[in-house]
Design a protein around this ligand. Structure first.
Ligand SMILES: Cc1cc2nc3c(=O)[nH]c(=O)nc-3n(C[C@H](O)[C@H](O)[C@H](O)COP(=O)(O)O)c2cc1C
Ligand code: SF4
Length: 518
């Protein structure tokens, strides 16, 4: 059997040099006259080990990483094609502690299989969920998803089954499934990773959603900053169509479902579901007032399921193994697993899929290894640019929608960005207001005007001009934005601002220049 070498084609790994490594491996194979198959797999998500190269040996896969092009010659000298020892040797990938401790349900195949091999996908449990779904009634599928406890992974945590039921119960000549792959939150990359590393799981999830609700057409709306994900998804859709996974008779059943990939031009607000629908319709992405809900009147005025990539990609395992299996993981009303994306100033950045319930401290200190700089961790922003900053004092908060809400925070898309003690939280609060001002769609006053006034107030605070007055002003402004904004961009910007102010008050009262000089 010819040797098989896995070199990730994932864009995170590419950014770390995977393409140069692949080139060096190809050159070395040619020079040594060795025939081998190079598979461009996805990433397993341990980015501190990327580019992580794996070889299939008689006793299983052996990983090496992070591999530099300059390592390649010596890897061959050490016999890496049969798992030989080398300074980059990591052993069996699933024994690497960062990976071994995870519960991989949604990301089970990511980094393992060839992303564009449908045979590989099937050999690793792919399409089992869809096979089951085509044999069920739509309402039974919806029931199973509802019972699994799956909640939207895009940010709001809305129960997926209930959303699907609303679309199922709304009669119309045409319905749509829209996958939200705009992934604009800071420090998040789960959607990108799964689209690049296991695209068929998303296609399978969308096809199940279509059959469950009576929708025959799907759109995946991907941000333009994800060219690799766009290319992989487009190819995967074609492959799935040719294989009869998509089309007029899904897996030979009477159900019809097909889909297209659409690329967004790049605006944070286009991740908001109604702005996304406007953008998909070819209009400027601006938030729509609700009601009507997209489930009643969505894309082109038709009933539409709009779900995040991870919500949809979690459905196949639920339909394969059952609602009870999935529901068994997690805590409280947060069921199943969540792919936590650990980023920022952290020693071990990467994607960590685990059942809900780990504490923030475990994630940051044990899994993430603390700050990459070796300095103490000061704050962690959870849930993207609209998420709260959590101080160490709140590190006992379990990763759970309700527990975070109780501490005035949110889980969002489960991205966490770590800051060490050199972070200036007043600057971070200003950044939140500035971000909102830049990204605001302009439809409502509290967000459009409030965010700009917020920047000005925080600038005056930084200059120490009547600090108590500015703090009162920004607090009042945040209340107006929170309760008066039409969508969560303006409505949630107060979370990072007020959490920074409440948890790090010293940063908001700069020492007067004269005092500091004494
Ligand atoms: C400003 C803003 C940006 C958002 N960006 C995204 C995004 O990039 N991806 C996403 O899935 N949801 C995003 N959301 C949430 C969506 O509006 C919506 O709740 C989600 O797509 C529903 O899917 P889910 O129930 O599967 O989470 C955003 C919301 C707001 C207010
Ligand atoms: S809160 Fe901001 S982004 Fe949302 S509708 Fe209002 S102006 Fe637009």
């Amino acid at each position: 059997m010819i040797p098989r070498i896995y070199i990730p084609g994932d864009s995170g790994a590419l950014a770390l040099g995977a393409e140069k490594v692949a080139k060096a491996v190809r050159a070395e194979l040619a020079e040594r006259g060795i025939e081998a198959k190079i598979v461009r797999n996805g990433s397993r998500g341990a980015y501190f080990l990327e580019p992580m190269v794996e070889v299939a040996t008689a006793t299983g896969r052996v990983a090496y990483g992070p591999v530099k092009p300059s390592d390649v010659k010596s890897l061959f000298d050490c016999g890496f094609l049969t798992g030989g020892h080398h300074k980059r040797w990591l052993g069996a990938p699933d024994k690497i502690p960062f990976l071994a401790r995870q519960t991989r349900l949604t990301f089970a195949r990511c980094g393992v299989t060839d992303p564009l091999s449908l045979d590989h996908y099937k050999a690793h449990g792919g399409l089992n969920g869809l096979q089951n779904a085509v044999a069920m009634t739509p309402s039974d599928i919806v029931k199973q998803v509802t019972e699994s406890g799956l909640r939207g992974r895009g940010g709001a945590g809305f129960p997926t089954g209930i959303k699907w039921k609303t679309v199922l119960d709304t009669s119309a000549d045409r319905k749509y499934i829209v996958c939200n792959a705009d992934e604009g939150d800071s420090g998040t990359f789960a959607d990108r990773m799964i689209m690049e590393g296991d695209p068929f799981v998303l296609i399978e999830g969308m096809a199940i959603a279509g059959i469950a609700t009576g929708a025959t057409k799907g759109f995946i709306y991907i941000r333009s900053e994800y060219p690799h994900a766009v290319a992989v998804m487009q190819k995967a859709v074609e492959i799935a169509r040719r294989a009869g996974v998509l089309g007029v008779n899904v897996l030979g059943s009477p159900n019809s479902f097909d889909m297209e990939v659409r690329v967004g031009a790049g605006a944070y607000v286009c991740g908001e579901e109604t702005a996304l629908l406007d953008s998909l319709e070819g209009k400027r992405g601006q938030v729509r007032a609700k009601p009507p809900l997209p489930a009643h009147k969505g894309l082109f005025g038709k009933p539409t399921v709009i779900n995040n990539v991870i919500s949809l990609a979690s459905v196949p395992v639920i339909m394969d193994k059952g609602a009870a299996f999935y529901k068994d993981f997690g805590m409280g009303r947060s069921r199943g697993t969540i792919p936590i994306q650990i980023a920022g100033n952290v020693k071990y950045p990467g994607l960590y899929e685990a059942a809900f319930g780990m504490t923030l401290g475990e994630i940051v200190d044990d899994i993430g290894g603390g700050a990459a700089t070796g300095r103490p961790v000061k704050a962690v922003q959870v849930g993207g640019p609209l998420g709260a900053y959590f101080p160490r004092a709140l590190f006992d908060t379990p990763f759970d929608y309700e527990a975070f809400a109780a501490k005035d925070g949110l889980i969002g898309h489960a991205g966490i960005v770590v800051f060490d003690d050199s972070a200036d939280m007043l600057k971070q609060a200003r950044f939140a207001m500035e971000f909102c001002a830049i990204e605001s769609c302009g439809k409502c006053t509290p967000c459009r005007i409030g965010s700009t006034r917020g920047v000005e107030v925080l600038d005056r605070l930084a200059e120490n001009i009547e600090p108590e007055k500015q703090i009162a002003l920004v607090t009042d402004l945040c209340n107006t934005m929170k309760f008066g904004s039409l969508c969560a961009l303006g409505g949630f910007t107060p979370y990072p601002v007020m959490s920074a102010l409440n948890h790090f008050p010293d940063d908001f009262r700069p020492t007067p220049v004269a005092e500091a000089a004494e």
